[in-house]
Design a binder for this molecule. Sequence first.
Ligand SMILES: Cc1cc2nc3c(=O)[nH]c(=O)nc-3n(C[C@H](O)[C@H](O)[C@H](O)COP(=O)(O)OP(=O)(O)OC[C@H]3O[C@@H](n4cnc5c(N)ncnc54)[C@H](O)[C@@H]3O)c2cc1C
Ligand code: SF4
Length: 490
Amino acid sequence: MGLTTGFLTIGRQDRPYEKVEARLKTWKEFIKKLPPEEIGKQGARCMDCGIPFCHNGCPVNNLIPDWNELVRRDRWQAALEVLHSTNNFPEFTGRICPAPCEASCTLNIDDNPVTIKSIECAIVDRGWEEGWIVPQPPAAKTGKRVAVVGSGPAGMACAQQLARAGHAVTLFEKADRIGGLLRYGIPDFKMEKPAIDRRMRQMEAEGVEFRIGVEVGVTISVKSLLEGYDAVALTGGAEWPRDLEVPGRALPGVHFAMDFLTQQNKRGAGDDEARAAPRGTISAKGKHVVVIGGGDTGSDCIGTSNRQGAASVTNLEVMALPPDHEDKGLTWPDWPLKLRTSSSHEEGCDRDFAVLTKRALGQRQARSDRMRAHRVGEGRRRPHADEGNRGQRIPDQGGSRAAGDGIPGAAAPRNDRAVGRQARSARQHRGHRDGLQDLGAETVRGRRHAPRPVAGGLGDPRRPPMRPRHRRVPDGRELAAAVATIVELL
Ligand SMILES: Cc1cc2nc3c(=O)[nH]c(=O)nc-3n(C[C@H](O)[C@H](O)[C@H](O)COP(=O)(O)OP(=O)(O)OC[C@H]3O[C@@H](n4cnc5c(N)ncnc54)[C@H](O)[C@@H]3O)c2cc1C
Ligand code: SF4
């Protein structure tokens, strides 16, 4: 343990945010950095617990007390090395991870956890600034070829680990840019995308070949991958949105979150409107927007709508209002259920809880202009509308966003014909996905009998809904280890 009394004498100090008015004018990240001396002091608050409960909370298996102590001693480069030993991309997690480690920290028992996420981010940001992060090409090549399908954080981590182990890795991505949901889901104001480009350049120098615009199973066959590679790793993610099957769902103006968010990130990347929104612009400018779903995706829609200039934003959540503060005795060191107010909520929206959306209202072929919602019965675990009341009308001038997540391959329905088209495309995608997953299932048999085995995905294809999302980097690392074991057996 470093400073024995640090946790008693030094107060918790976290990164401040830009003021709301300033950050709403830009798409840039708005969390301000703390100076290195302050980060060192925050590291000194760590008690180096005999049982570090932060480890229990951290999905990336970060060696938290070790790097806390190293920054306290001003040994930043050593801290970076320890951080990278468990986490390929700490600049991603240091920006967007919900930090369950801080919820688990022993100092959270009295609400003053170590600022673990800020320390993590400061270490890796400094590593980039100082030029300490360089490509790590393998000392020797194995002569084995591995295909990784999907370039989200799971695929990137998997590819980097395998390339560093000396395998020739090709990363296939069907989208026009690398990064998965980091690129086209998470808004720029939460994570600016040059962070992904920088890692891509590092991975290219380590030997990873990136092939964008290639949909495995469509552009190229799975068979050709099986013939051309010693192993195939599936990290295809989860793109099928959770729909809201209510009357009026197909009215124009009711969209899936991802159709809305992806367009904005493409504009941010410099794409013109034809490339950013080939199926039509979805804009919140001047509109009354209803965001259905009170989680992170909903928050991102709120932040994006406010930056686009929405007239108002209303956020509906089906679950009851959680308590402001958790009962520590019951919840610590687990992730507690409590009211969470994101930076996007702070930027302006009306939040309502225990509300079940019943229908979208509007003229046929015209935009949805109202939503009808019912209060959910008190105390019920699963939401049931109280059918006794007629519900509440919420203005919505063509800006509803159905937030959700799910399994691969989706498009937003605009009208009934489009719904039909979507259903067909859904069936095709589902078949394609099932094919890929069957392929994963073949792995175990393949390991014993097939000359060219396939490694099943440990990313989202294994767990269709996107949670637990911050597990992606370790998932990719686990998958890389499994693939390496397989190819070594060949
Ligand atoms: C709006 C939004 C906000 C989020 N915010 C946060 C947050 O704040 N914090 C957090 O921790 N997590 C967040 N998440 C979740 C996080 O982004 C995901 O859990 C994570 O990106 C999943 O990683 P993945 O590598 O498994 O898949 P993905 O990121 O989905 O990547 C999969 C990739 O595979 C590609 N692909 C699929 N099939 C094929 C094929 N057949 N051929 C070629 N390529 C293919 C896809 O195009 C995609 O690029 C958010 C997600 C969304 C949607
Ligand atoms: S639980 Fe908190 S105080 Fe204890 S080792 Fe982890 S970060 Fe340090």
